[in-house]
Design a protein around this ligand. Structure first.
Ligand SMILES: Nc1ncnc2c1ncn2[C@@H]1O[C@H](COP(=O)(O)OP(=O)(O)O)[C@@H](O)[C@H]1O
Ligand SMILES: CC(=O)N[C@@H](CCC(=O)OP(=O)(O)O)C(=O)O
Length: 255
């Protein structure tokens, strides 16, 4: 089983989005899709005069931001992707974390940083996702979660992908988690697409992070990737569409 995650830069470029959806729709292995859309949310927030704020790749989500990102992630992006998959013969079904209690979260406690309405995942409804897959549906999850007390929350999409992969691994599936973004992998030099780090383990990750080689949105992506591997997900691959097609990109190892 494959859990695909497509990120903000893929979604913002119609050509790459269509290419990614072609690739996902063609696959014969059962799969789920988790999407982000951080770039689109940034644009809409700015257009509405509400400046986006991020720390370490995670959004500070105040009440107005939550309302806007819900419209963007659970509304337009999720429904556009579902409609595009339908046009490719895939019976896709769009879900926020509140739908079918797919992803239960709790508001992140205020620590050094107050992230506002950011959700930390408590549980993924693996039985629901498994059931939808058995019906021949392709679940498409957006990064809006809920706390079961009526509060919607904003959760990093990489985290959702990782939690979904872990939940499916926990019910006995062999899961490959594939993060599709705009670069051919994690790079030693962000300006050199040929500098792909083909294998990362916790030590080399810590080292690259210390040197500032790995930063911004790549930090939650890799934190999640290591958490997934430690929880029984068979493989995690990070790369662009070409890399994923060829089995290239960056692979995450436990040691
Ligand atoms: N060493 C690195 N290699 C590749 N990308 C990196 C690296 N360090 C930081 N990044 C940044 O991480 C970003 C990917 O994270 P993010 O924007 O959250 O991804 P997504 O497109 O999946 O939403 C890249 O666009 C890049 O700017
Ligand atoms: C809490 C938090 O940071 N949520 C993310 C959810 C979207 C996301 O993760 O989108 P990408 O995959 O495109 O980065 C955000 O609001 O941007």
């Amino acid at each position: 089983m494959i859990v695909y995650k497509i990120g903000g830069n893929i979604i913002n470029n119609p050509a790459t989005l269509h290419e990614a959806l072609d690739f996902i729709a063609e696959g014969l292995t059962p799969s789920l899709l988790v999407h982000g859309g951080g770039r689109r949310a940034d644009q809409v927030l700015s257009e509405l005069g509400h400046a986006p704020r991020m720390i370490d790749g995670r959004r500070i989500t105040d009440q107005t931001t939550l309302e806007i990102v819900t419209m963007v992630f659970a509304g337009s992006i999720n429904k556009e992707i579902v409609a595009q998959l339908q046009s490719r013969g895939n019976n896709a079904i769009g879900l926020s974390g509140a739908d079918g209690n797919a992803v239960l979260a709790r508001k992140r406690p205020v620590g050094k940083v107050d992230y506002g309405y950011a959700g930390d995942v408590l549980a993924v409804n693996g039985a629901l996702l498994d059931g939808l897959l058995r019906l021949g549906l392709r679940p498409v999850l957006c990064p809006i979660t809920h706390d079961r007390r009526g509060q919607l929350l904003n959760t990093n999409a990489d985290t959702i992908a990782n939690e979904v992969a872990k939940a499916l691994a926990a019910v006995g599936h062999e899961v490959s988690l594939q993060y599709c973004f705009e670069l051919p992998g994690v790079l030693r030099d962000i300006n050199d697409p040929a500098s792909v780090i083909t294998l990362l383990n916790p030590d080399s990750y810590a080292n690259y992070r210390e040197k500032g080689v790995i930063s911004a949105g790549m930090i939650p992506k890799l934190d999640n990737a290591f958490a997934a591997i430690n929880a029984g997900v068979r493989e995690v691959v990070i790369g662009n569409l070409a890399a994923l097609r060829e089995g290239a990109g960056t692979r995450i190892r436990q040691h």
